[in-house]
Design a protein around this ligand. Structure first.
Ligand SMILES: Nc1ncnc2c1ncn2[C@@H]1O[C@H](COP(=O)(O)OP(=O)(O)OP(=O)(O)O)[C@@H](O)[C@H]1O
Ligand SMILES: [Mg+2]
Length: 423
């Protein structure tokens, strides 16, 4: 920024004094103009406000104090250094300063003192100007900043809206994919079962319409085969109903330690001898309100999954603990809400799941197993049962790190065996 030259007006009717002051100031690079008259000084100040006026008190036309008052009332930013050889008493200083002068010096003035006083006043003037400039620009800055913020906010809102749209589209396509999978799964399973049933019925019809009467034994075998397929169909329907939370749950207030302990032998047989099964229970385990038969089916599904994930050997633990989930995050999540639960954790040392598999594991008919090995309905039964019971189920798994499935079953304070309404 290039600094404009500082302009000073020297007002003094004494020619010698005016000359000396002008010379001293010019020697320091100030642009100096001069006059002997007060009215001329006022005119000059009005035409081009100087930065500073060196103003003698006693002038031939009007009093220097009056000149100061008029200039200051119109241009308060112009610095006035009042000087006087005649009026040197304290009252004179006082009336000059009261008249608006910024400082007062008694003549004759020492050149260094004059320059120091001028410098000091100019510093004050620069500071005042800077302050005024800041004040003026402050409002503009605030306005500019406000509009920047509004713009950023609008941008953010637009991004949020776009993101929401994208999420909705993704959710919709995922939903369609799941529905497609479900429909395909149901159609495929029932098609297989119907083929078995109608194939066997066809054989029965052929046998009966032949020349030779078929053996009762053969007929019974065919019928049994058709019946078996129909039973499997009924099982699929049951699991689908469980997932849809439309099972007829017979909820009871159950002590899971007793229930699971009684079920342990069966579980161990399902797992096979090469898999070690360990169990632990909270010593003061609460009761929970669930349908015990659906619960056993769920645990069996989890055990079978664990067995399949471990390639025949490894270990499975079943831990049952009381758990109170406080009202606030991080305890509560999308999958877990506040409350008192009996938590059943089934952990295996198997191959684990990728995040993609874990995210879809509860979907009916989602399976990674080869055809004939898995129908993809096990975890959907678990999910449907737990949700219908008013609980939550969470999978913790990583490839190579095993899997833990935690069932959070709502605590029941009712006495044992009381039939409670399903949640
Ligand atoms: N303990 C586990 N370890 C590793 N992967 C698992 C485990 N449990 C489930 N999975 C994965 O989740 C998929 C779905 O499991 P789910 O029990 O629903 O079906 P499935 O076991 O494939 O078939 P089904 O249980 O109907 O016989 C499995 O195919 C497997 O990929
Ligand atoms: Mg399974």
């Amino acid at each position: 920024m290039t600094e404009e030259a500082t302009r000073i007006l020297v007002v003094d009717d004494d020619e010698a004094g005016r000359y000396v002051k002008t010379r001293i100031l010019k020697s320091k690079g100030y642009v100096v103009s001069e006059t002997a008259l007060g009215l001329v000084a006022i005119e000059q100040a009005e035409a081009a406000q100087p930065d500073l006026i060196l103003l003698d008190v006693m002038l031939p036309d009007i009093s220097g104090i009056e000149v100061c008052r008029r200039i200051k009332s119109e241009f308060p930013g112009v610095m006035v250094l009042q000087t006087s050889a005649a009026f040197t008493r304290p009252q004179d200083r006082t009336s000059a300063l009261d008249g608006g002068a910024d400082s007062f010096l008694v003549e004759p003035i020492d050149p260094d003192e004059l320059l120091a006083a001028v410098n000091a006043l100019l510093r004050v003037r620069r500071a005042e100007r800077e302050l005024r400039r800041l004040n003026e620009t402050l409002e503009a800055q605030v306005a500019e900043r406000t509009s920047e913020l509004a713009e950023a906010n609008a941008h953010l809102e637009q991004e949020v809206a776009e993101r929401r749209k994208a999420e909705q589209a993704l959710w919709h396509s995922q939903k369609l994919e799941a529905v497609g999978q479900l429909t395909g799964g149901v159609a495929h399973d029932f098609n297989n079962l119907l083929t078995v049933i109608s194939g066997n019925l066809e054989l029965v019809r052929e046998a009966l319409s032949g020349n030779r009467a078929p053996s009762t034994e053969r007929l019974l075998r065919l019928i049994k085969s058709a019946q078996g397929a129909a039973d499997r169909g009924a099982l699929v329907t049951q699991q689908l109903l469980a997932f849809a939370r439309r099972s007829m749950l017979r909820a009871e207030s159950v002590d899971l330690s007793a229930l699971i302990a009684a079920f342990a032998g069966f579980l161990q047989r399902a797992l096979g001898e090469a898999i070690k099964l360990e169990m632990s229970f909270d010593p003061d385990l609460w009761r929970c309100g669930i349908d015990p038969i659906q619960f056993e089916a769920a645990i069996l599904n989890l055990a079978v999954n664990a067995r399949d994930a471990m390639g025949g050997s490894g270990h499975v633990t079943v831990e049952v603990v009381n758990m109170t989930v406080p009202a606030d995050p991080p305890h509560t999540t999308r999958d877990l809400t506040e409350g008192s639960y009996v938590c059943v954790r089934v952990t295996d040392s198997g191959e684990g799941m990728t995040p993609e598999v874990a995210a879809r594991a509860f979907e009916p008919f989602f399976t990674t197993k080869e055809i004939g090995k898995g129908s993809g309905l096990g975890l959907s039964q678990v999910y449907g049962f737990v949700k219908q019971s008013g609980g939550h189920v969470i999978i913790d798994s990583a490839p190579g790190a095993g899997t833990t499935v935690s069932l959070y079953l709502p605590r029941s304070e009712l006495p044992p065996e009381t039939l409670s309404k399903p949640a």
